[in-house]
Write a protein that binds this ligand. Structure first.
Ligand SMILES: N[C@@H](CCC(=O)N[C@@H](CS)C(=O)NCC(=O)O)C(=O)O
Length: 216
């Protein structure tokens, strides 16, 4: 399958991480937001929402939205649990990720690291920082509740909710959000990074994980 991504997209990293954890090989077509690739008709023809990630499926159709793609890749694996209550709990945390978690963390990373020039003390960044800390507080409390070896939505095995929440939590410091006050989150990040098949944002180049460069 072919993944349309960009080099630094956290939403696309979710997909590469999921594919690697379940052992599904992906080809990558890496586009550039700065170059305007996502506004080109050729991309919009397969990605009407105009965002990465988009996955081309074996039947030639295209699937957009990171969480939909995680759901697709996890079918038939323990990353999408069998039991209805567990599935429903995963959906709760996926919804939390899109509604309260990803946006403030992604915006702070964009404004303060990727396209620096944002004012960390300006009203926009302060509002995002407040929302980011509120979301991280909720996540930390949930992880503490799940126990020291637990996962976000399902206590016994990680699910797509863990994959969805991992990238922007891990990159929070790029947007000036320190994780010192979130011990359960720090322990969970470490557990994620030791899973068989874990894939970094820049595999084999850990020094680039906090990279602000869009070029390879
Ligand atoms: N809700 C979408 C968000 C996707 C998204 O925001 N993608 C960003 C990259 S991380 C993008 O394509 N941005 C295009 C742009 O800024 O022009 C998802 O979870 O996949």
């Amino acid at each position: 399958m072919l993944l349309y991504d960009t080099l630094r997209s956290g939403n696309a990293w979710k997909v590469r991480l999921m594919a690697s954890l379940v052992g599904v090989p992906l080809e990558r077509r890496t586009l550039s937001i700065d170059r305007g690739d996502l506004a080109q008709p050729a991309f919009l023809a397969v990605a009407p929402l105009g965002h990465v990630p988009v996955l081309r499926l074996p039947d030639g159709t295209h699937l957009a939205e990171s969480l939909a793609i995680l759901h697709y890749l996890a079918q038939g694996t323990p990353w999408w649990p069998d039991a209805l209550p567990a599935q429903s709990s995963v959906l709760t945390w996926l919804s939390f990720e899109q509604d309260r978690h990803m946006k403030p963390l992604a915006q702070l990373r964009l404004l303060l690291a990727l396209h620096p020039g944002g004012d960390p003390l300006g009203a926009t960044c302060i509002a995002h920082a407040r929302a980011a800390h509120a979301a991280l507080g909720v996540l930390d409390t949930q992880l503490a509740r799940q126990g020291q070896d637990g996962w976000v939505a399902t206590p016994d095995h990680p699910s797509i909710a863990d994959v969805a929440l991992y990238p922007y939590t891990c990159m929070a410091p790029m947007g000036g959000i320190a994780l010192n006050d979130y011990p359960a989150i720090r322990a969970w990040l470490d557990r994620m990074e030791h899973l068989p098949g874990y894939q970094a944002l820049f595999p084999g180049q850990p020094e680039r994980n906090l990279s602000t460069q869009e070029q390879p």
